[in-house]
Design a protein around this ligand. Structure first.
Ligand SMILES: [Zn+2]
Ligand SMILES: [Zn+2]
Length: 364
């Protein structure tokens, strides 16, 4: 079978020919891959040769956002059957710490986890994949064609879970009554906007695109307010739109990301999802920030990875989003590539109108 990966020391993806995997343990499931999302993380791995292979190997198969169709099951598989669609959880726990032992390796305390397509474990860009049932989440047939988005949506569910836990310290806190700001319109940003809107939360979105851009149109279609920051700084934003109870950042940090601390509302929470890239130094008036944090009970936190509860919540919310916003998820997937066009799929430049690309292995 064919697989897409990268060799150590290289800066380009390659097609590899691998033997088809076989079920070797009773809890395992054989998946025939349907589609795998192309993510900025994959492009970062390729462009910067961040090849963190499984031990003893010199290449890494990439891809960590996938849906496949069950083609075979081991004897001990309990709830998946042939023909079902399933999304795959990428991170495998360390099996040492308590969070990992209880299925919450997103909070791994040792850092000894592995992660498919990123960290010491092969990813999902292959025609067939074998995985233990405990890392698979059943996807209803009607979502199968967009289920490569379950993983990016699950990242938002994890962030919302953190927000609800942390803000639960405030008496009578209700997420639905709060005002949110999302910075970033990549697939995770769009997932944040869609999920917040589907839950009825007032949502503002920051971006640098003009009103005719497809992302801006989708954002407005979902009832979010769009603010073009080409024309505005945070002081202007505060004057026109006030402050925000929840800020979700999904861009990869830039100076603007830091400036947004200025427009956190009282008792507000700011969740960082992006990782700063490049050499730009980020500046903030730390004294002013501590003053604001203390006087206004602010929380600034990071959120990484997602596990079964978040995949399940993402599937529930995605079904509601499809219904409420006229199958918008099908329009968030803007390109579907055949495996032989993998070079185009992983090219650094993205064309006009691009939001999310997937490699389509088998049509749903
Ligand atoms: Zn990703
Ligand atoms: Zn752990």
């Amino acid at each position: 079978m064919q697989a897409i990966g990268i060799r150590k020391g290289r800066k380009e993806a390659e097609l590899f020919s691998l033997p088809e995997p076989k079920i070797s343990r009773p809890d395992e499931v054989l998946l025939e891959m349907a589609s795998v999302g192309v993510c900025l993380t994959d492009k970062d791995i390729i462009e910067n040769s961040l090849v963190d292979s499984p031990p003893g190997e010199d290449r890494l198969i990439i891809g960590h956002e996938a849906v496949g169709r069950v083609a075979g099951v081991g004897k001990a598989v309990r709830w998946l059957k042939k023909g079902d669609y399933a999304s795959i959880i990428a991170r495998h726990g360390c099996n040492i710490c308590q969070p990992c032992k209880t299925g919450r390796s997103d909070y791994c305390e040792t850092g000894l986890y592995t992660s498919s397509g990123q960290h010491k474990r092969h990813g999902f860009n292959m025609e067939y994949y074998v995985e233990s049932e405990s890392y698979l989440v059943k996807v209803p047939d009607k979502l199968a064609d967009v289920a490569a988005l379950v993983e990016p949506f699950s990242i938002i569910e994890k962030a919302l879970e953190q927000i609800e836990h942390i803000q639960g310290r405030i008496p009578t806190y209700r997420l639905e009554k709060r005002k949110a700001l999302v910075f970033g319109m990549g697939s995770v940003g769009m997932a944040a906007i869609a999920t917040l809107r589907a839950r009825g939360i007032e949502t503002h979105v920051l971006g640098r695109r003009g009103p005719e851009d497809i992302k801006v149109k989708l954002v407005k279609e979902m009832g979010a307010k769009y603010i073009n920051i080409r024309e505005k700084n945070v002081i202007d934003i505060r004057k026109e739109h006030g402050t925000f109870d929840i800020i979700i950042e999904a861009t990869g940090a830039t100076q603007m990301v830091i400036d947004l601390i200025e427009i956190m509302g009282r008792n507000g929470i700011y969740v960082f999802l992006g990782i700063p890239k490049g050499a730009e130094e980020l500046c903030f008036n730390i004294k002013g920030m501590i003053n604001k944090l203390v006087r206004q009970n602010l929380v600034i936190c990071g959120s990484v990875n997602s596990q079964r509860p978040h995949f399940e919540a993402a599937i529930t919310d995605m079904a509601a989003i499809q219904k409420k916003y006229n199958n918008v998820l099908n329009r968030i997937i803007t390109e579907r590539y055949n495996i032989k066009d993998y070079k185009k799929a992983f090219a650094p430049d993205e064309g006009e109108g691009h939001i999310k690309a997937v490699i389509e292995y088998k049509k749903v």
